[in-house]
Design a protein around this ligand. Sequence first.
Ligand SMILES: NC(=O)C1=CN([C@@H]2O[C@H](COP(=O)(O)OP(=O)(O)OC[C@H]3O[C@@H](n4cnc5c(N)ncnc54)[C@H](O)[C@@H]3O)[C@@H](O)[C@H]2O)C=CC1
Ligand SMILES: O=C(O)[C@H]1O[C@H](OP(=O)(O)OP(=O)(O)OC[C@H]2O[C@@H](n3ccc(=O)[nH]c3=O)[C@H](O)[C@@H]2O)[C@H](O)[C@@H](O)[C@@H]1O
Length: 472
Amino acid sequence: MSDSVSICVIGSGYVGLVAAVCFAEIGHKVICVDNNEAKIKMLNEGGVPIYEQHLPDMLAKHLNRGVEFTSDLAYGVQNSDAIFIAVGTPQGSTGSADLSYVEAVVSEIAHAMNGYKVLVEKSTVPVYTNEWVSRCMLRHGVEPGEFDVVSNPEFLREGTAIGDFLHPDRIVVGANNDRSAELLRRIYAPLSNGSYYTREDALPGMLSEHNPATLLVTSAQSAEIIKHASNAFLALKISFINAVSNLAEVVDADIEDIAAGMGLDSRIGPKFLRAGLGYGGSCFPKDVAAFYWVAQQQGINFQLLEEVRKINANQQDIFFNKVRGALWTLRGKKLAALGLSFKGDTDDIRESPALDLVRKLIDAGANVSAYDPAAMEKAEAILPPSDQLSYAFNAYEAAEGADALLILTDWKEFGRLDLQRLHQMLKFPIVIDGRNLYKPAHMVEHGFTYLSVGRPAAYTAQQGKPRKLVVS
Ligand SMILES: NC(=O)C1=CN([C@@H]2O[C@H](COP(=O)(O)OP(=O)(O)OC[C@H]3O[C@@H](n4cnc5c(N)ncnc54)[C@H](O)[C@@H]3O)[C@@H](O)[C@H]2O)C=CC1
Ligand SMILES: O=C(O)[C@H]1O[C@H](OP(=O)(O)OP(=O)(O)OC[C@H]2O[C@@H](n3ccc(=O)[nH]c3=O)[C@H](O)[C@@H]2O)[C@H](O)[C@@H](O)[C@@H]1O
């Protein structure tokens, strides 16, 4: 580990925590800082604040060896050469990113400086943030030669975050001079020259197609735009397939076949073509809005992004109407809802389409029995149990006596339900699947009426196919 770098990561959320343990994993010395004292205490006691595969093992491996946790920002800054800023950049009231957390951290860093440091934007930020960070440092009295600002956007996904960080397709370094770019090259060398992958204790089984990762050095502005443009493009792909799914459904075509047929073209690729309830999570909705705002500020009308957002919002309404169309009226109906997190393999409920739907169903008078393998604690904190909402211990308990079962999140276990048992539990064998986890013919064979996204509805003989209903 001769080329170990002293790193401070500010923020111990998804990105900060994963970055901190992964930097330790590739041989660096890391101090992770958070102003949430309770979180730091929990981490120092061996607790894991988020549900993320491999994170508990990585924390156990590196706690107090490669990584230490503290709420003392000055200590972290003064003992590091590179300072990664990984605090939240939530959506502000105009759609723009709220950079107040970043600004607060930068002014604290300025007051703690004790020699040359590289400040690294790990948070997702709008173009020109690097200039604002520099300006803020200078305003707080730091000399120009004492620091550089680099943009190093993060592309990890929740649920596969550790694998994504250690085996990325690419590492983007937006630096406006060689000195700072060189430090980032040193930090990422084990991933970009492949030496990490050949180590005996390297995390196995998650090698990306790009191994070792490509390290791309650009200007800071370009790197900032690469991040926003990448998220916006992925959101666009999802909205595109969702728009096609609505057409497919009307003409009795099958969106799964259509996506497969499109994805076989290597120029299109099969990923991010899963139709469903629309994208959610803490990033796509806010980043699409922020990127639209960035363009607007520069006098560019990026209307396409507004359409991406509208299609996404519409997708949920379409599903809601499908539920209503299948059940006639909702008031007093009991619905089993499987899934609360914004996607499978995470307990994150931020901007979750599943949770939004549960809310809408309750508002429409339905009684919901919900189940999620990981997100119930977080969901209960903002949607407490009530006359109309209960939380079940498993999918079958949720289904007991329900008029229909709704699949709202793509947890793998929801695609492997015991269909015979489920059939016995439900009052009516109706499954409305917002994630296309089953084949329609298979569901009909098991006696279910099965409605999904972008595929012909499948009805059993007993249930009969109703005429197309117009739902207002
Ligand atoms: N969540 C994700 O999967 C990804 C997020 N990003 C970006 O990374 C950034 C962080 O996102 P998350 O990790 O999800 O955020 P988060 O909200 O989970 O975590 C942010 C952390 O920063 C801490 N913090 C806030 N102000 C602080 C201060 N003054 N000093 C010390 N700590 C402070 C908070 O206590 C919190 O623990 C955002 O810009 C996001 O867009 C980028 C890629 C993936
Ligand atoms: O900037 C970020 O925070 C991150 O945002 C996304 O990662 P994440 O939000 O964790 O989750 P995704 O797997 O991208 O899913 C986002 C949403 O899109 C939905 N989705 C995804 C793929 C798909 O084909 N269809 C679809 O509806 C998911 O259900 C989910 O609601 C990006 O994939 C990451 O590269 C990026 O770093």
